[in-house]
Design a protein around this ligand. Structure first.
Ligand code: ATP
Ligand code: MG
Length: 266
């Protein structure tokens, strides 16, 4: 069985009954309108994501449905329960640190480490695409990476908040009465922000933006080893405005494979 239940309906309950099975341990994360806690759910370690009053329960039900159908692909957390009446999701815990934390707060990692990490992130995204879903919100705090084993970072894509079937656009970007207030273009593909369409190349765009952010933080640390030029060229192609000008994910993976052989871990 791929999921922890056969159907999504089995995991939908009212908030009060979910909370009876939940013991909060500590806060582990925060989103723009959410609080995320490590909990014990039915006696086992899990994660609770709770939305504030501005988020309707239906938004979390949609996120839960995507999570259920993604079914662990790309290292995604699995759905354990979702509330029918409040924004509350219980899911499995993913190991690792946010890629943004690793890039900005940890000791400088060698380029060989980043090449392996990017390769494994791209492979995780490809696994997600094989389920028929696109993530559309790939950024440093929506990807967790373990630093052990040392040269083989394990990757977990997280946050199915904007995930949708390939070709669709999340409701969030459609039918808006007020203009978008965030700097979404800094990581979300232009065709998605414009609510036109989505494709696997929309995730390639976000990955390219992630590579850019990591390179910039790497270069700020005044490293002794230069960032590989091929990686900067790849990043530039991946962030092309038009989807047809971006490389396919399997081309990105092949380039990272080649780079990995020419940059063995030190
Ligand atoms: N299943 C999980 N396992 C481990 N950590 C998690 C999990 N889910 C969420 N987190 C942590 O909580 C943070 C916020 O969660 P999430 O990204 O789902 O919230 P959000 O409100 O959708 O965020 P955003 O600001 O991207 O919209 C994550 O960046 C991560 O650090
Ligand atoms: Mg997030």
């Amino acid at each position: 069985m791929n999921n922890l239940a056969w159907t999504l309906d089995e995991l939908i309950r009212d908030e009060s009954s979910i909370l009876l099975d939940t013991e909060i341990i500590r806060a582990i994360g925060r989103g723009s309108d959410t609080a995320v806690h490590l909990v014990k759910y039915r006696g086992a370690q899990a994660v609770a994501k709770m939305g504030n009053d501005t988020i309707p329960a239906s938004t979390f039900l949609q996120e839960a449905q995507s999570m259920f159908e993604i079914s662990g692909a790309g290292g995604f957390h699995r759905l354990l329960a979702v509330a029918s009446d409040k924004p509350l999701i219980i899911m499995t815990l993913c190991e690792g640190d946010q890629v943004s934390t690793i890039a900005y707060e940890h000791d400088l990692k060698p380029t060989a480490w980043w090449i392996n990490a990017f390769h494994n992130i791209a492979a995780a995204v490809q696994e997600l695409h094989n389920t028929g879903y696109v993530h559309l919100d790939l950024k440093g705090n929506n990807i967790l990476c373990t630093e052990e084993p040392k040269d083989l970072p394990a990757v977990h894509l997280i946050d199915a908040g904007l995930a949708c079937k390939i070709g669709q656009v999340p409701a969030y970007f459609r039918d808006r009465s007020v203009p978008l207030s965030h700097d979404y273009h800094l990581w979300i593909a232009p065709e998605v922000v414009a609510a036109q369409t989505s494709s696997v190349l929309s995730d390639v765009y976000s990955l390219g933006m992630l590579f850019t952010n990591v390179r910039e933080s790497y270069e700020e640390c005044d490293p002794s080893e230069p960032w590989p030029e091929m990686l900067s060229d790849l990043e530039a192609q991946m962030t092309s405005y038009l989807p047809e000008d971006r490389p396919q994910l399997n081309e990105v993976i092949a380039i990272l494979d080649g780079l990995s052989s020419s940059h063995p871990p030190v």
